[in-house]
Design a protein around this ligand. Structure first.
Ligand code: SAH
Ligand code: SF4
Ligand code: F3S
Length: 458
């Protein structure tokens, strides 16, 4: 343990006011939020943000380990970062985030990395950067039971100034057998609700109109005051954030099917500014595989939760994640997955094939025995089905009216604006009146499987 460096939380270093920090962010929204925390921590040390790698003094990759291909991309980028040193040998190249936590000093052995920092060690970045030298790489991969960066005001890196992500908890206490996140992010801990509400109110006062509350399993958010006299759970937190202003839209992710409660559904249904969208990863439609994945629900339970959501909010968007080709998956298991997709009719899905992650329960206990060919074929079948379901879901919206929050010009056609419905569908529409951050009433005229094509409602 000796080579790891630690720092006092209060440490303050002499600031060199002209340094430039470049961060490439991979993986989930948690990492996006963490990069904003890193910019904030290092701004105090005089580091300005740059998006031009060739002028950066410090280059960081905030990394993801969830699937092997996520890591492979980083290895490729590392070569590119290393090239920056050809003319500027003083440039510091660092790997932070989940891959830093997973691979630890193995990253230093490449000789191409000067700094390695895990997700709970960002407060020590100033010290690590102070001490780093060509023959003295620095590493801190300590995980914490308390760190939530609650007091740090993130430097927003979104481009539209409309929608902000707010981390409400860190880590994960579930042990889904395929998943590396509990190992890279550590134990679950919830952030003080006052700091969450303050951050949401602050972004609202700066013109943002949407916040997304983030956690690996928001349903298990639970904050207790030090003396244990006050507790705040997720439905209550949601109500507090929704109370900031009816003009502030509130979203959240991710819900866990085993934990999503009737109370949460009631709170959503009774607040007009809590968006009607639930991301509810199903992972598999086969009870045998759900058990093996340690998801701790059955397909019947999942379908009952979907029915409860739709009963309370018939217009609620439901999206999901799925893994094709998990250990021992048979053709019958795969058919169960296709069946549950059809039964629910998801509005959208993130679809993956299984990638074995070293150290997870599945890697230790179950052989990764579905061939790549079969995994790919099954994944493609799920994708083809979901494309049809997304199109059907969008077709059902043709002729309907929605209130969308304008995000800015449409990417494909800068003459048009784009924005999302509460159910999280992307709309594009010709509009010379509204600006980013305003609400527009639109009517859907046609659609593709990815977009609702709209006009301003009369
Ligand atoms: N906390 C969230 C998701 C975390 S990771 C949840 O519980 O759902 C995001 C998604 O990546 C997961 O939902 C899962 O579908 C996928 N995933 C995680 N580990 C994986 C692996 N080893 N191989 C393929 N996909 C994986
Ligand atoms: Fe991974 Fe499961 Fe935790 Fe999600 S709930 S992060 S899939 S262990
Ligand atoms: Fe997110 Fe990837 Fe880490 S999904 S929590 S960045 S492993």
């Amino acid at each position: 343990m000796k080579k790891y460096q630690f720092a006092e939380k209060s440490i303050s270093l002499q600031a060199d006011m002209n340094k430039k920090l470049y961060i490439e962010t991979y993986g989930c929204q948690m990492n996006v939020g963490d990069s904003e925390v890193i910019f904030s921590i290092l701004a105090k040390e005089g580091y300005g943000r740059t998006e031009d790698i060739s002028e950066a003094d410090v280059i960081l990759a905030n990394t993801c380990s969830v699937r092997d291909n996520a890591e492979q991309r980083i290895w490729g980028r590392l070569e590119q970062f290393h090239k920056q040193k050809e003319n500027r040998p003083q440039v510091v190249v660092g790997i932070v985030g989940c891959m830093a936590e997973r691979l630890k000093d193995k990253l230093l052995e490449t000789g191409k990395v000067d700094l390695v920092a895990g997700p709970d060690s960002y407060r020590t970045l100033p010290v690590l950067l102070r001490d780093v030298a060509p023959d003295k790489p620095q590493i801190n991969v300590m995980l914490s039971h308390e760190e939530t960066y609650a007091d740090i005001i993130p430097v927003r890196t979104d481009r539209n100034g409309v929608s902000a992500f707010i981390s409400i908890m860190r880590g994960c206490n579930n042990v889904c057998s395929y998943c590396v996140v509990p190992y890279t992010r550590g134990a679950e801990r919830s952030r003080d609700p006052q700091t969450i509400v303050r951050e949401a109110a602050d972004v609202f006062s700066k013109g943002y109109r949407e916040v997304t509350l983030l956690g690996q399993n928001v349903d298990s958010y639970l904050w207790k005051s030090e003396d244990g006299s006050v507790t705040v759970d997720f439905p209550e937190l949601l109500e507090r954030v929704a109370a900031i202003s009816p003009l502030l839209r509130v979203r959240f992710a991710t819900n866990h099917p085993k934990d999503i409660s009737d109370r949460l559904i009631d709170v959503m249904a009774s607040h007009g500014n809590i968006c009607r969208h639930i991301h509810l990863p199903v992972q598999s439609g086969s009870n045998r595989l759900l058990e093996k994945m340690r998801r701790r629900y059955t397909r019947e339970w999942y379908l009952e939760r979907v029915a409860a959501i739709r009963k309370a909010m018939p217009d609620c968007g439901i999206t999901t994640d799925v893994i094709a080709g998990f250990c021992s998956e048979t053709e019958e298991d795969h058919q169960d997955t296709l069946k549950i997709f059809s039964e629910v009719g998801f509005d959208y899905a993130y679809m993956f094939y299984y990638s074995e992650r070293p150290g997870t329960l599945a890697a230790r206990h179950y052989p990764d025995d579905v061939s790549l060919e079969v995994k790919t074929r099954r994944l493609n079948e799920i994708i083809a089905l979901q494309n049809r379901l997304s199109l059907e879901s969008n077709k059902r919206d043709v002729g309907k009216r929605f209130t969308v929050l304008v995000e800015g010009p449409s990417k494909k056609n800068p003459e048009e604006l784009c924005g999302r419905t509460g159910s999280n569908k992307m709309c594009v529409f010709p509009d010379k009146v509204h600006k980013a951050g305003e609400y527009a009433e639109v009517e859907v005229v046609s659609c593709t499987s990815a977009t609702l094509i709209c006009k301003l409602a009369e």
